[in-house]
Design a protein around this ligand. Structure first.
Ligand SMILES: Cc1ncc(COP(=O)(O)O)c(C=O)c1O
Length: 444
């Protein structure tokens, strides 16, 4: 049982620590005293190198929406690899995946592919700058949009650096981030229409884009209020600013993405994760005009975008297989199961008298250490309280010991191979983990 110093994972971690700073390449998944190493997956179950089997509720932060070994993805990838792994020419699957996204996502008339969500966000911002000729961006306080240092401004700010409520600061996330870069970012308070509009209006003629994740994981998947999104939409239309929705994660909110569900259409949409069927991918899609900076057929190129692995055919065919099997009824089923999970965990939390909440929407669930949902980053931070990360680590470990793999910040993301029995088993195991959690002293 984790943690076991004699395990193969512990040994691999020690070897990794010798040759990799932090022993790993993904800080988002770090946990201690070592990280468990994955070996193989089947359906919604993941087996580690020591033979421990987990119900996988991370699904590689959502990319494995069909779990492991989904035959249509395996067949499509096998066939593509046999034919051609990649080459310098574009391929038919690229056109097909672009067509599928155009058909489904309301704000998408044209698409360009990248290799990750981070890269797609960088490209979207460049595109917005190219169209508007302006350089500044606005982003919501606490929002995560990938590893690009510009959008990392105000990612996970704390009371000592987040500044006044009506004018949030843009603290760097990485040490050494140039101040000149941070000066290009207007940080606005999520869901606070009056203060957000006051800030945006003050920079209206300098802003290339307003970036927002409409269902942020860091808020436990509580969506932005629709009237708030509409206010952003109206502001952007009024001032010729490009509204960018980051749907890298929340695209799985429904068949037509988060925007289809919430009923507000951005100019550009940044996508990733599920659209690649488990292979590296990102995409920027949008209205024709908002995508025009990349259009070298219509006139001189304003912004160049390329990449050695961009739109590689393996990601394209895997993405096509993944998306074609995500029909409206599949999203409905994922949603029902998300509700079943949340209701089940709420029952356990209530029975134990814990001050916790299983928050979320559709197939995205987040465990929180408070009862009423938070509607802004600061509210989430205050309600989570001191020692939030340590307590989440304790719970994460207990869940792992019960054979449930959740994300280190309490995220639980569903997948199509899960049955109601899997959900109920997860609830029972979570109940056992929570019962033990209730007995752990806060500082242990
Ligand atoms: C909302 C959001 N934006 C952007 C990204 C970055 O995507 P990637 O990890 O593919 O670079 C993520 C990844 O988790 C995300 O959740």
């Amino acid at each position: 049982m984790f943690p076991d110093p004699k395990s193969k994972s512990a040994d691999l971690f020690a070897r990794a620590a010798a040759v990799m700073p932090g022993a790993n390449t993904r800080h988002m998944i770090t946990f201690g005293p070592y990280i468990v190493y994955g070996e193989r997956g089947e359906g919604c179950r993941l087996t580690d190198v020591d033979g421990e089997v987990y119900l996988d509720w991370v699904n590689n932060f959502s990319t494995q929406i069909h779990g492991y070994g989904f035959p249509p993805i395996l067949e499509a990838v096998r066939a593509q690899v046999e034919k051609m792994i990649c080459c310098i020419l574009p391929s038919e699957p690229e056109v097909e995946l672009a067509e599928l996204l155009v058909e489904r996502i309301p704000g998408v008339e044209q698409v360009r592919f990248t290799n990750s969500g981070t890269e797609a966000m960088m490209v979207a911002i460049k595109g917005a700058r190219g169209v508007t000729g302006r350089s500044m961006i606005a982003k919501a306080e606490g929002g995560y949009h990938g590893q690009y240092d510009l959008v990392e401004a105000s990612f996970l700010p704390t009371p000592d650096n987040w500044g006044p409520e009506d004018r949030p600061a843009a603290p760097p996330f990485a040490r050494g981030t140039p101040q000149s870069l941070l000066d290009q970012v207007v940080v606005y308070p999520f869901n606070d229409t009056e203060r957000t509009l006051a800030l945006l209006e003050a920079h209206a003629h300098e802003l290339a884009c307003v970036v927002i994740d409409p269902i942020p994981a860091r808020l436990g998947f509580s969506p932005a209020r629709v009237d708030y999104l509409q206010a952003l939409r109206d502001f952007c239309t009024r001032h010729g600013v490009i509204l960018i929705f980051d749907e890298v994660f929340c695209n799985r909110a429904g068949f037509h993405g988060a925007q289809g569900r919430l009923g507000v259409t951005p100019d550009l949409t940044v996508m990733g994760k599920i659209i690649g069927g488990g292979f590296p991918i990102g995409a920027v899609g949008g209205r024709r005009e908002a995508m025009s900076a990349f259009d070298n057929l219509a006139g001189p190129l304003k912004v160049s975008h390329s990449g050695t692995f961009t739109a590689n055919p393996v990601s394209m065919v895997a993405g096509l297989a993944s998306m074609r099997h995500l029909k409206p009824e599949v999203f409905e089923r994922l949603e029902r199961q998300g509700q079943r999970l949340r209701a089940g965990i709420t029952g356990k939390v209530d029975a134990l008298g814990l001050d916790m909440r299983a928050n979320g929407l559709a197939s995205m669930t987040s465990l929180q250490f408070f009862r009423e949902p938070a509607s802004s980053y600061r509210e989430f931070h205050r309600k989570s309280g001191e020692g939030y990360l340590q307590r989440m680590q304790q719970l994460h470990r207990l869940m792992l010991q019960e054979g449930v793999l959740m994300a280190t910040r309490g995220m639980m993301i569903g997948s199509t191979p899960m049955t109601d029995a899997d959900i109920d088993e997860t609830v029972e195991r979570t109940g056992r983990a929570l019962a033990r959690f209730a007995e752990v002293p806060a500082a242990a």
